[in-house]
Design a protein. Structure first.
Length: 333
């Protein structure tokens, strides 16, 4: 690809990059005031993520030829190992990498703010909204008090579908009614019988566009099938103690009351592997170091991952995520 004469220049202007630097400093001040330790963990990992919806970028190393390594999609596993080893609450700001994600709101390489705190689920939600509001304020954006709705109520309201009760065929029919012609044969095959993936398609195609006028919104109590690494609600096993934070319909943060049970985590890894086999995806052997850490004992905690670039994009009202980063390598390839 031959770049135009100006193609070497940064994507974002200097004023935006100054704002970006100020936002990073504000995040560090935010956590320092709460006594949360900044940490760094490896970007190169030996175990890919098991979630069939996420795809690691393979990373070859000349020093270990033939041994598979990957760029991480999240620092989650290593950060949990820190807590299990007795470290205090931790956070980090790092680059993460996800293959197959590129678009107006997506970058294959992006900046994530992730933290793990010995706080309640409610406190984690409040703290996440406080941080989002703080950074938005740096762009002279004053956010109203966040609103909150359960995943189930949101689907009932917008899609007239109960995501906790509807079968796979009903979800597919509703999607065809609301987004006729949107599911190609290739996409249909790739989603297979993954009920969560079909619900995700409804969320992205139908639900999220209707959230643009809702400002700061918390969606919680996700279906158990979408628990990922969150624990299930002890009072209602149909749902997980998981939340997401949206600003103007843009998903910014994903939070869990973390699963601490090693046996259940092992079962979820195996379920992910089975789903990958059905979908023809590469296998992901379980991360035995994480399982050993959980067996030793993970403190009762909540974890949150916040997309920093998206937060800046939404706060500033930019149309594309590329407007808040200096360079995007894939655009230059």
């Amino acid at each position: 690809m031959n770049l135009p004469a100006s193609g070497w220049k940064p994507r974002a202007d200097v004023a935006t990059l100054r704002q970006r630097a100020g936002a990073l400093a504000a995040i560090r001040e935010f956590f320092a005031a709460r006594g949360v330790l900044e940490c760094e963990t490896p970007l190169i990992v030996s175990h890919p993520v098991s979630d069939p919806r996420l795809h690691n970028v393979p990373c070859g190393l000349a020093v270990r030829p033939g041994v598979p390594y990957y760029l991480h999609t999240s620092p989650e596993y290593h950060m949990k190992r820190l807590l299990a080893a007795g470290f205090p609450d931790v956070y980090q700001i790092c680059k993460v990498f996800r293959d197959g994600e590129l678009g107006r709101r997506h970058l294959a390489e992006f900046t994530l703010v992730e933290w793990y705190r010995r706080v309640s689920f409610e406190a984690a939600i409040a703290e996440t909204c406080e941080l989002v509001t703080l950074i938005a304020g740096r762009w002279a954006r004053s956010l109203p008090k966040p609103s909150r709705i359960s995943y189930q109520d949101l689907f009932l309201e917008i899609a007239s579908l109960d995501p906790l009760a509807a079968g796979l065929d009903e979800i597919r029919r509703r999607l065809a009614e609301l987004l006729p012609g949107s599911v190609s044969g290739q996409l249909y095959d790739s989603l297979g019988d993954d009920r969560g993936a079909w619900l995700d398609l409804l969320m992205v195609g139908i639900i999220e566009p209707r959230l643009r006028d809702r400002g700061l919104l918390v969606v919680d109590r996700y279906p158990a099938g979408q628990a990922a690494l969150a624990r299930l609600d002890p009072g209602d096993a149909r749902v997980a103690e998981r939340f997401e934070v949206y600003l103007d319909g843009i998903e910014l943060a994903n939070g869990y009351h973390e699963l601490a049970d090693a046996s259940e985590q092992r079962e979820r890894f195996e379920a992910d592997r089975a789903a990958r086999r059905r979908l023809g995806l590469p296998d992901t052997p379980p991360d035995t170091a994480l399982l050993a850490a959980l067996e030793t004992g993970l403190p009762d905690c909540c974890g949150v991952a916040l997309g920093f670039d998206r937060l800046l994009m939404a706060s500033a009202g930019f149309a594309s995520i590329e407007e808040v980063v200096a360079f995007t390598t894939l655009s230059e390839a």
